[in-house]
Ligand binder design. Structure first.
Ligand code: ASP
Ligand code: MG
Length: 427
């Protein structure tokens, strides 16, 4: 018997039939003897609708369109999850499963005061644990908690993954199952590479790289939290037939386990290839090579909340000037350009060049820590396909390469096969 948190996202609870399907998944786990808590999102599209209402109300009431009250935003926008939690509890009860809904404040899941983008401070799981011990299923509204001002706080869009992980940590669950519209984490995007394989296990660190690099299965923050608290995450499909899955201990249903490295026996050099589109490259030419220059470039960008990603600086030839290249999201390019323009004198560069529409392709794997030649393999694979590399950055477990977007597919496919990630073809 295990203690489980099951999380279902918006598409999995999009209508009453799907909520019934979710209830069948939950019932199966409860019937197998597990202690179960469920975290739900709002029905697909609901949160957007609520946000839209929040935005329109001031205008309708004759106020300035920019009027905004973060506490009321939270009161309104959190309501989507309240509805699904209640509906799922009813569905479960209708099927003979003892179940009760819980809102963030009832647990309580305590947050800071940053309404609209609150961070979780603590989860007191005592009541839920006590009821789970009596066989009751707890159905928890995701995305919300209670702030020190005693008001509802939401965790930022996509926050119900984070709710689920925080709850799993708070009740010391053995596993947190993320039911979603895909059946796991793949070696790369299967829509781009039909040969992509589902991974059985991925380490937290790798998942962080894969999630933030564009494998949009999990909110990055939830993976960080899972890693910090050692919460094992299992990504699986909510569209699988609920009754055809074996939930007994030791059975392994289809999905991907995200866990600590020591739970992964055989580590491949490379686990996956991620890519992120819509990157813009900015190059400052002939920047003075002296202390304080990088701070002069990136300080004002940070103040303007421009998200800088790759940063490459060359060593200057004669110690006077150098080149500096970095990337920002396409959407931030104009802002970045004007920030740089206004701090031009302070920085002292000669030309600023920028190119939107770049793609960052990343090779990820904890195995590369202990293997030489992983980067060289990538460069050779891209060279063989005639793909030009604009910038390279590396960390212990990843190599990121900036290329023109026209080559994205070619590059991802080439890298995927050169590291042996392609699915084995039937002979
Ligand atoms: N319903 C919220 C949103 O759409 C939270 C979530 O789905 O994770 O952002
Ligand atoms: Mg979501």
């Amino acid at each position: 018997m295990a203690r489980l948190v099951l999380k279902f996202g918006g598409t999995s609870v999009a209508d009453l039939e799907r909520i019934h399907r979710v209830a069948r998944h939950v019932k199966r786990e409860a019937d197998a003897g597990h202690e179960v808590a469920v975290v739900v999102s709002a029905m697909a599209g609901k949160t957007n609708e609520l946000v839209n209402w929040v935005n329109r109300m001031p205008q309708v009431a004759g106020a300035n369109a920019s009027f905004y009250d973060a506490r009321e935003y939270d009161a309104i926008v959190a309501s989507g999850e309240q509805v699904t939690a209640g509906l799922l509890a009813i569905a479960l009860q209708s099927m003979g499963v003892d179940a009760r809904s819980w809102l963030g404040w009832q647990i309580p899941l305590r947050t800071d005061n940053a309404h609209g983008a609150a961070r979780i401070d603590a989860v007191d799981g005592a009541d839920i644990v006590e009821r789970m011990g009596r066989g009751q299923v707890a159905v928890v509204a995701g995305f919300q908690g209670v702030a020190p001002d005693n008001r509802i706080a939401t965790l930022g869009r996509g926050g119900s993954d984070t709710s689920a992980v925080a709850l799993a940590a708070g009740i010391e669950a053995d596993r947190c199952d993320i039911y979603t519209d895909v059946d796991g984490v793949y070696t790369t995007d299967p829509r781009m590479v039909p040969n992509a394989r589902r991974l059985d296990r991925v380490s937290f660190e790798e998942m962080l790289e894969l999630a933030s690099l564009g494998a949009k299965v999990l909110q990055v923050r939830s993976v960080e939290l899972a890693m910090a608290h050692g919460v094992r995450l299992f990504v699986r499909s909510s569209f699988d037939e609920p009754d055809q899955i074996d939930s007994s201990d030791g059975a392994t249903p289809p999905g991907t386990l995200i866990c600590s490295e020591d739970e992964i026996m055989e580590q491949q050099n490379v686990t996956g290839i991620a890519y992120a589109r819509d990157e813009a490259q900015i190059s400052l030419r002939r920047v003075a090579d002296k202390p304080g220059v990088a701070a002069a470039v990136f300080g004002p960008l940070a103040d303007a909340r421009v998200n800088v990603d790759m940063i490459v600086q060359n060593i200057s030839e004669d110690g006077t000037v150098t080149d500096m290249t970095f990337t920002v999201p396409d959407a931030d390019l104009e802002k970045a350009r004007s920030v740089l323009e206004s701090s031009r004198d302070e920085i002292g560069y000669e030309v600023a060049q920028s190119d939107p529409g770049m793609v960052k392709v990343s090779v990820v794997g904890v195995g590369m820590r202990s293997h030489a030649g992983v980067a060289a393999t990538a460069f050779k694979a891209l060279a063989d396909k005639g793909v030009n590399i604009r910038a390279i950055t590396t960390s212990e477990i990843k190599i990121s390469i900036l290329i023109d977007s026209d080559y994205a597919e070619l590059a991802v496919r080439a890298l995927h096969s050169v590291y042996g990630l392609d699915k084995e073809q039937a002979a």
